[in-house]
Design a protein around this ligand. Sequence first.
Ligand SMILES: *Cc1c(COP(=O)(O)O)cnc(C)c1O
Length: 414
Amino acid sequence: MSIPERSLPVHAPMNQFAVEDGQLVVGGERLAMLAERVGQTPFYAYDRALLKARVAELRLALPEGIKLHYAMKANPMPAVVGLMAGLVDGIDVASAGELKVALDVGAHPQEISFAGPGKRDVELRQAVASRVLINIESFREVSVLASISSDLGLPARVAVRVNPDFELKGSGMKMGGGPKQFGVDVEQIPDLLAKVASAGLAFEGFHLFAGSQNLRAESICEAQQKSYELALRLADGAPSPVRFLNLGGGFGIPYFPGEKRLDLAPIGDNLAQLVQRAKTELPETSLVIELGRYFVGEAGVYVTRILDRKVSRGQVYLVADGGLHHHLAASGNFGQVVRKNYPVTIGTRADAPEKEVVSVVGPLCTPLDLLADRMTLPVADVGDLAVVFQSGAYGPTASPQGFLGHPACVEVLV
Ligand SMILES: *Cc1c(COP(=O)(O)O)cnc(C)c1O
């Protein structure tokens, strides 16, 4: 009788990047040459062809009536936003800084929406002057927008962000349901809509965003259904027909061992039903979903060079020139409860048969600066390039680059 091997959870295969002569190929270039071209390590590289392929894959899986918005906080590199602006139907910004980038790269103001819980008065003013859609998140914002609109002689285009009475089950981050700093509780929406109407703002619709980083299609479908039903109920009390309904997003990507890629098929079926219903129930409404990491996360790698190889009491450490200060999420310090390894490889020896258990650490004087904790990786030495996959979202702009005064990383779109 054979004893079944204990099957440890493994990372989802990272086969979006080819391997040639042992080297990972990113943006059509082998990694060592790409590093020469960039001129320094550490760097982030985002693969243009993969970004395009991801949008195409979504278009194929989802019904035609669904508009795709890119939530650019996931990756606000201007070149990436510019590429995405040409591929998707709108850009969602979360600050006036992001709004500037979106406008600079040529995104059409009609297709930009602005959400976020603490919009400063000047940001609201910039948004009105830019003629973008503002997702209202409080009663105070209505008052401020009323006075800006009359000042500028330009009624603010607004949607109301609703904090629903349900949450997105199984999300990495819950952003709706229960008490939240986001949006306005559904119970208060009738009062808010009355205030929007009397303030003379240009009401366009509703925004719901229940949560993020979800790998369970059935939970996403459930949240989309509930969001649609909720908006349908609220539409009765709206000052004008709903033209815009943002059903949120939350599509996740596999980061950790045991996680599998999201199955788009049931989500496509579910959205097709909603599109069909909206034809009669909300005939003037565009249905939108907004995604950040799902568009960009899998197309990016973080590349760092091994500076030192040390053995401490039997454990091998590869000390790299990059770490937590550029990639907080891979170090495990960006919202994870229990630290787990991102998928990592040695990009200059990607298919080497000799492997060993190593920890890849960064140069910072803190044990938190850990990119790979006792992972089985190809045997590597000083000069090799370590690669962190799934790094196209929430990378450099979500990391404390000033911490310890090391050089900043570079980003390239290739
Ligand atoms: C952050 C955010 C997103 C993007 O989330 P992802 O997990 O990157 O898809 C979308 N919409 C809103 C309102 C957000 O705050």
